[in-house]
Design a protein around this ligand. Structure first.
Ligand code: ADP
Ligand code: MG
Length: 466
């Protein structure tokens, strides 16, 4: 290793000078991408009298990563430079995290590109197989909604019609709607089931008026046996679409067809003609409230059951405590923890690991809602691409990857539905968003760079007001 010997200079004994010299050498040995993603996160902390050279990194994962990948090499380089028998150790100094936040921009070329996964949009009926009654954890704050949903699924059109489910974001409304859909499809295969968000409904309606196909549009909806309409609050102020929906709704109800509606607020709080909202009241309205601690814990337990790695009880209770009750947020936390564990080859997940992996995750949840626009802006800035590229349809890897990252973050950090996220990315299909998010999740647990970038972007977004 000639590069190492070249720099031998026993006069260097100040911690910063050692590090500067070491970096020069390391930069020549390690590939630029790996060098930048790892060594930009290391700071010299101290050179002790006992010849211990201490380096600081912002988090546990970086510590594990550096120890695993680069400790031997770094030690060798430092011994060579100083001519002393120095021991190098890596400590976590969380104060470094903020300092580095703005200085660790990496370009997308630095990521090992994964084989491109083709996105399929076929055979998709809109139902996510993971949203079933079996996977829905029951607690005091959601059991009415769940029981009503199950009753409707068992005998569509005969029980509560319409069933109106309302509650805050991430509490399981879409889950229940989809569970009803899947149940009815399985048990009453002859019934026509349609799940639609009210945004999609609106778009379809607008397109049908432009193309003079409103008759076909009407027919599609009037021939359903079960209409599941999600996020109805989106129809506020869209008078023409509301009118159209109202006719469909009446038509179906008069014929004993089941309608299920989900909303982020109660019918009386929806800014819509009372003639319509009072109809919503004619069936059954049920609300879902955020789960209490025990239920949060049960939900987390359920998520971790299917994972191959064990969670220590304190690790789970920590997450249940920290969570505000938004279940989507809890899933995000689990994803990060799992990726962290995978990357650091942990044998089990303990409290410390969870704390490190979710360091900034739960912070400021409520005070700072994150918008898709801010995610797109941050992602563009970070990867150095334009907004047009981000939301366009170019398939070049250095654009596709940031696009997928932005979709993943939009799905995880905002309450926006998949179709709406798709729409914000130049009118992409909701399955595209779903696949992009799944792909990033997978990459996070196999590629340290991807994990670090997601953490970095999340921190940046959380620290910024929109
Ligand atoms: P909403 O439509 O109310 O915003 P979702 O139905 O999308 O919320 O739920 C967010 C996430 O939380 C989904 O992945 C869903 O499966 C999960 N989830 C919500 N409630 C429960 C529950 N009671 N048990 C298990 N998972 C749940
Ligand atoms: Mg929803």
């Amino acid at each position: 290793m000639t590069a190492v010997t070249k720099h031998r200079d026993s006069s260097i004994n100040d911690k910063d000078a050692i590090w500067a010299a070491a970096l020069e050498v390391l930069q020549e040995i390690i590939s630029p991408s790996k060098y930048k993603s790892t060594f930009s996160r290391i700071m010299p902390v101290e050179l002790t009298k006992d010849n211990e050279y201490i380096l600081g990194v912002p988090n546990k994962f970086n510590q594990i990563w550096v120890e695993r990948q680069y400790l031997e090499l770094t030690t060798k380089v430092i011994r060579d430079i100083t001519g002393k028998d120095i021991t190098v150790s890596i400590i976590v100094d969380s104060s470094l995290a903020d300092e580095m936040l703005s200085s660790t921009n990496m370009s997308v070329q630095e990521i090992i590109p994964e084989k491109r996964i083709e996105i399929s949009t076929s055979d998709d009926n809109g139902f996510d197989p993971k949203y079933t009654f079996d996977s829905f954890v029951i607690g005091d704050t959601n059991h009415f909604a769940r029981n009503a949903a199950l009753a409707v699924a068992e005998s569509p059109g005969l029980k509560y019609n319409p069933l109106f489910i309302w509650g805050g974001p991430g509490l399981g409304k879409t889950h229940l709607l989809q569970a009803i859909g899947t149940y009815v499809q399985e048990n009453y295969p002859q019934k026509k089931v349609v799940y639609v968000t009210s945004e999609e409904f609106t778009n379809q309606f607008i397109i049908s008026t432009q193309k003079n196909t409103t008759e076909a549009f009407r027919k599609t909806y009037r021939t359903t046996d079960l209409l599941l309409i999600d996020d109805i609050q989106f129809l506020e102020k869209k008078t023409a679409t509301v009118e159209q929906f109202f006719h469909t709704f009446n038509y179906l109800r008069e014929r004993g067809k089941q309608v299920v509606i989900a909303s982020d607020r109660s019918p009386s709080e929806i800014d819509m003609n009372e003639r319509i909202t009072s109809r919503f009241n004619s069936g059954l309205q049920v609300d879902i409230q955020p789960p209490i601690y025990e239920v949060r814990l049960a939900i987390l337990r359920q998520y971790t059951q299917s994972m191959s790695i064990a969670f220590q009880p304190e690790a789970l209770s920590f997450m249940a405590e920290k969570s505000s009750g938004n279940i989507r947020e809890m899933e995000g936390a689990i994803t990060r923890v799992a990726a962290f564990a995978e990357l650091s080859h942990a044998e089990f997940i303990d409290l410390e690991l969870v704390k490190n992996a979710t360091m900034d995750y739960f912070k400021d949840q409520i005070e700072r809602p994150i918008s898709i626009a801010s995610i797109q802006k941050e992602v563009c800035r970070y990867y150095g691409i334009t907004h047009a590229e981000l939301i366009g349809s170019k398939r070049k890897q250095d654009i596709v990857f940031p696009r997928h990252v932005a979709m993943y973050l939009s799905q995880e950090l905002t309450d926006t539905s998949l179709p709406k996220i798709g729409a914000s990315f130049g009118g992409k299909d909701h399955t595209t968003v779903m696949h992009a998010a799944a792909k990033i999740k997978k990459m996070m647990s196999s590629q340290a760079e991807v994990y670090s970038q997601i953490q970095h972007l999340t921190n940046a977004l959380r620290h910024k007001a929109i």
